[in-house]
Design a protein around this ligand. Structure first.
Ligand SMILES: Cc1cc2nc3c(=O)[nH]c(=O)nc-3n(C[C@H](O)[C@H](O)[C@H](O)COP(=O)(O)O)c2cc1C
Length: 375
């Protein structure tokens, strides 16, 4: 196929603007901020390179929303005050200057916080998380036992998301993506075994999706109409790749609640799984269900770095947009290279070892270059 006729490279009108193609950079934690959560100059170049490389949408790494218990990792960037917001402004500008949509992912880690300086970790219920902390993000050993969120915590976390979104907007972002995927706080509400609440936020799936939907609605209500408020969900989690929602009807309930809350788009993450396996229903991928039942723009994700497969997803209307994670990390100008039929760099785990920092990826490329030069 002529590269320029690829469906995944076709422009589209969406979010009140023209996107140059269907490609988004998936949110990727890089634990590369200053210790106080300020974004760095290196992060500016890192994000600008994706926009310059042709991604229509650049979604930042999960950025923590409040100073209480939202932070997940050491060296994670935050958006909890004016200084942190100011440090993001050059990044938003660098992305927007290239004509790309600048989106900040807002994240509360909940029980999966592995930031050692946290005073406490919080979650829907006091359930010990499965698995162990992730070395790639600077953790080791079992997670701490979280405390169950009180009514005041629910209000404070909600306010944190709203204030964070306002700061992101003032910093120049076109929108925010609420992180309700991959096992973090909002996903802990959706997931049966981490949500044992007996109030209106626990029990049936309609109750378990209530709090994430309230966060989306609160951010939506506090934002101007042209500000994009997306939401990301997944079945699998960083600490449980095998979790599945309870079938198609549960998926539909989740998607409808998020759409009714006013989400601008739904992003279905394929944490640890390809897009086709990210479905509790073998016949219909989750992204297809989301698109059919809500009519909202849907971003599919998970192993979609094969351009033919990505084309297939767009062509067969399984999604409107494709988010690329690891392949973008390895090849920031992936869209341009695909458009020109050029070779791409294949992702290797060593690029994010011993931690997922940008510095370790830079070092990987420097080693390759040295290797190439010297033989
Ligand atoms: C280094 C790294 C960091 C990640 N950090 C985040 C994150 O901050 N927020 C999030 O929603 N997903 C995060 N993810 C998951 C990716 O967004 C994506 O869902 C996953 O890599 C699968 O997509 P892919 O097959 O295109 O890589 C991360 C993935 C990687 C590899």
């Amino acid at each position: 196929m002529s590269s320029l006729s690829r469906p995944v490279l076709s422009p589209v009108e969406m979010f009140g603007r023209r996107l140059c193609n269907r490609l988004a950079v998936a949110p990727m934690t890089r634990v590369s901020a200053h210790g106080d959560g300020l974004a760095t100059d290196r992060m500016k170049d890192y994000y600008r390179d994706f926009a310059r490389g042709g991604f229509a949408i650049v979604i930042t790494e999960g950025t923590y929303t409040d100073k209480d218990a939202s932070q997940g990792y050491d060296r994670q960037p935050g958006i909890t005050d004016r200084r942190q917001a100011n440090s993001w402004a050059p990044i938003a500008t660098a992305i927007a200057d290239q004509g790309s949509l600048a989106m900040m992912q807002l994240m509360h880690a909940g029980a999966l916080s592995q930031w050692q300086d946290a005073r406490r970790t919080i979650a829907p219920s006091a359930v010990p998380p499965l698995g162990e902390m992730m070395p790639a993000y600077g953790g080791s050993g079992p997670y701490r036992l979280p405390s169950a969120m009180a009514t005041t915590d629910l209000a404070e976390v909600r306010n944190g998301f709203v204030a964070a979104a306002r700061r992101a907007r003032r910093a120049g972002f076109h929108g925010v993506e609420i992180h309700a995927a991959n096992g973090y706080l909002l996903d802990q509400f959706i997931t049966e075994y981490t949500n044992r609440r007996d109030d209106e936020y626990g029990g049936s799936v309609s109750a378990r999706i209530r709090y994430p939907a309230e966060i989306v609605a609160a951010v939506r209500d506090a934002s101007p109409a042209d500000f994009v408020v997306g939401v990301r969900v997944s079945e699998a989690k960083v600490n449980d790749f095998n979790y599945r929602w309870g079938g198609k009807s549960e998926a539909e309930t989740i998607f409808v609640a998020l759409a009714e809350a006013g989400a601008s788009y739904i992003h279905v993450a394929g944490e640890g799984r390809g897009f086709r396996e990210s479905s509790s229903d073998q016949r219909e991928p989750l992204s297809t269900i989301a698109r059919r039942i809500t009519g909202l723009p849907v971003i599919a994700n998970g192993g979609l770095h094969d351009p033919d497969l990505a084309d297939d997803v767009i062509l067969n209307e399984h999604a409107d947009l494709i988010a690329i994670g690891r392949a973008a990390l390895a090849t920031p100008d992936w869209p341009r290279r695909i458009a020109h039929g050029e070779a791409v760099v294949t992702f290797e785990n060593e690029m994010i070892s011993p931690s997922a920092s940008i510095q370790n990826t830079d070092a990987w490329f420097a080693r390759k270059l040295a290797h190439g030069v010297h033989g």
